[in-house]
Ligand binder design. Structure first.
Ligand SMILES: Nc1ncnc2c1ncn2[C@@H]1O[C@H](COP(=O)(O)OP(=O)(O)OP(=O)(O)O)[C@@H](O)[C@H]1O
Ligand SMILES: [Mg+2]
Length: 254
């Protein structure tokens, strides 16, 4: 697909072609301004490419009914403030369960808030939450609709290490239950650990696509700290702490 924001502006997406498989955890990495967020917006139909098309399960999304897209797609934008329209997290979630016709709404909301550890902000205005809390609340809210594909833009940005671990657990559970995940991130460690396939995006196009190992091995900037630290050791390349522990089970890794 090709996309430009205005007629006189340069193309932000150029000859971009990606196929996401049903049920996979797909991650996109790449430089600032390379078009990653724009790609997500085009995928969910927020913006329309000037050339090319987006299809969902073989059907062009622009021809699908709005409620099909609404039920199937969930999108967590890079700046989650834009997600909230009501004056409390509770109201936001109640309206979401109503729109999605979820039965036992209040019960499900309680479970979701517990899963994210954010019961304490239930009745708070979204703008009175911290950045990380707002992000968790937005994600919790969109999961209430039980989507088929989750598009998430830099979800680990601003999360403390424990929240990131909780988030990883939640996302893995959802993935195991069949959710397709498309994640844009600058967090290479996170992508290497959890994504099944990754793509590198530069200047509006995908330059490389493959498993985290194929993509991040032998790359100095786009790789993990473990890979960088072990690159001169003449051993098989590794990306994650788990792989390092497997290689040196009897060593203390600091
Ligand atoms: N609403 C907009 N109007 C005009 N230009 C835009 C708009 N949004 C983004 N752009 C431009 O499109 C290009 C791609 O932006 P995009 O937000 O997709 O990049 P990104 O890869 O997500 O970057 P980052 O890693 O910094 O989030 C940038 O040059 C940006 O300035
Ligand atoms: Mg972005």
């Amino acid at each position: 697909m090709y996309f430009q924001y205005t007629k006189k502006a340069p193309f932000v997406l150029k000859n971009l072609s990606i196929q996401i498989k049903k049920g996979e955890f797909f991650s996109i990495v790449g430089g600032n301004g390379s078009g990653k967020s724009t790609f997500l917006k085009a995928s969910i139909g927020n913006i329309k490419p000037q050339r090319g098309k987006v299809s969902f399960l073989g059907k062009e999304t622009s021809k699908l009914k709005g409620d099909v897209l609404f039920r199937s797609f969930a999108y967590l934008p890079q700046h989650p403030q834009s997600f909230f329209i009501h004056d409390s997290i509770e109201k936001e979630m109640q309206e979401t369960v109503k729109r999605h016709h979820v039965s036992n709404g209040s019960e499900i909301i309680t479970k979701m808030l517990d899963a994210f550890g954010i019961q304490h902000i239930r009745y708070r205005h979204p703008y009175d939450c911290s950045g990380g809390e707002m992000q968790k609340a937005a994600l919790a809210c969109m999961l209430l609709g039980n989507p088929e594909i989750l598009f998430i833009d830099e979800p680990t940005k601003g999360l403390d290490p424990i929240s990131k671990e909780n988030f990883a657990e939640i996302i893995q559970r959802l993935h195991q239950n069949g959710l397709t995940i498309v994640m844009v991130t600058h967090d290479i460690e996170f992508a290497a650990r959890y994504a099944e396939r990754c793509a590198m995006m530069f200047d509006g196009a995908i330059t490389t696509i493959g498993t985290p190992k194929e993509l991040f091995s032998g790359n100095y900037f786009y790789t993990t700290a473990i890979n960088r630290a072990t690159s001169n050791m003449h051993i098989e390349e590794m990306l994650t702490l788990e792989e390092a522990i497997e290689t040196w089970p009897n060593h203390v890794l600091i």
